[in-house]
Design a protein around this ligand. Structure first.
Ligand code: BJW
Ligand code: ZN
Length: 300
């Protein structure tokens, strides 16, 4: 009788992971909400998935915005206030240090190794960690190669504001708190079943054409940012580090399998089991703010 083939279990060996890490030249990290959980930002699914009484996933669509822009802006105002009040955690800093070629060569990686963090997060914490870790000159030097930027925020940024008029589409970074007077204080309504109704004219407006503005994030059905660049990075990656994502939202959820399909390795860092992790080469279960720095060889 033919023997049933044994499914290979992901390795949990840190030293084996570090051997793979050192021999990798094109590394990507794919991050999700779990990366920012220790900073106090709620995740989307599971226990963090409600704002007031609403399912946060059902609010991430253009339809939800046009149905009730006042509610949506209160949701994003709350998210902006939260993100801007939170601080990066040890996992953000570990990835920021790993962005530095000097640091990677100290760890034993090739001098010309490449690394890009592709984050689905819109909170800006990875960027802040990088800005706190290196000088503007260093950030400029590691950003010189457009094909290998230190980071890509594929679902946009909560501090970006985008014109809702397709004719204009103006987008700008605006972290003002509050972004408009009518939203001031509404972040405090979180636990109460009360809702302010704000007239469209009093919501954020485009600074160019004065049309209603929307948050500059990517909702379901919209095309994420920098997809061509990401596709090239995924295609050449020999190691994909998947951090704190449920791996349920595409196209991001497909990247690890694509890396493995052309012979690259995948290492998953998550608090618990997540979609597709059975096929990973390495699996480190636990808080990524602890597992990631230690696996990357970063002392705290
Ligand atoms: C910890 C931890 C700790 C906790 N340490 N871990 C099939 C193929 C392609 C597309 C589709 C498809 N089927 C359907 C689609 C379309 C759709 C989709 O994927 N739907 C799924 C529901 C099936 N995708 C889209 O519409 C995307 N666009 C698109 O496909 O365009 C078409 C196109 C693609 C390619 C080429 C050409 C055209 C757009 C998706 C936009 C997602 N937007 C949101 C909202 C952003 C704005 C906002 O923030 O408000 O993005 S939804 C939400 O989910 C957010 C997140 O970035 C995203 C992913 O969630 P994430 O980060 O994984 O969070 P969680 O909460 O799910 O998981 C957290 C994890 O952390 C958990 O596993 C925890 O265990 C773990 N964790 N603490 C380590 N301390
Ligand atoms: Zn405009």
């Amino acid at each position: 009788m033919p023997k049933a083939s044994k499914a290979r279990k992901p390795s949990t060996s840190i030293s084996d992971f570090q051997k793979v890490l050192k021999s990798s030249k094109n590394i990507i990290a794919l991050a999700g909400a779990g990366l920012s959980a220790a900073s106090g930002i709620p995740t989307f699914r599971g226990t963090g998935g409600l704002w007031r009484k609403f399912d946060v996933i059902s609010m991430a669509t253009e339809d939800a915005f046009y149905e009730n822009p006042s509610r949506l802006w209160q949701f994003y105002h709350y998210r902006r206030e939260k993100a801007n009040a939170c601080k990066p955690n040890l996992a953000h800093y570990a990835l920021a240090e790993f962005s530095l070629p000097y640091f990677r060569s100290q760890l034993g990686l090739a001098k010309d190794s490449k690394f890009t963090l592709i984050t689905q997060n819109v909170d800006g914490l990875s960027k802040r960690a990088l800005e706190e870790t290196c000088t503007p000159e260093v950030i400029q030097s590691i950003s010189e190669d457009p094909a290998h930027p230190p980071m890509i925020e594929m679902h946009g940024r909560v501090n970006d504001v985008k014109c809702s008029s397709p004719k204009c589409g103006h987008i700008e970074f605006n972290p003002a708190s509050p972004i408009c007077p009518a939203l001031d204080g509404t972040e405090a309504f979180v636990d109460e079943d009360i809702e302010k109704t704000i007239a469209e004219d009093d919501l954020p407006r485009c600074s160019k054409c004065k049309a209603l503005a929307r948050p500059g994030v990517v909702w379901f059905g919209e095309v994420p940012y920098d997809l061509e660049k990401i596709d090239d990075l995924v295609e050449e990656a020999d190691l994909c580090i998947v951090v704190g994502t449920s791996s349920t939202v595409y196209p991001a959820a497909g990247y690890a399998a694509e890396v493995q399909a052309h012979g690259g390795k995948v290492a998953v860092f998550n608090l618990e089991r997540s979609a597709g992790d059975k096929k990973a080469n390495f699996l480190f279960l636990g808080p990524c703010e602890e597992t990631l720095p230690s696996c990357l060889g970063i002392e705290s």
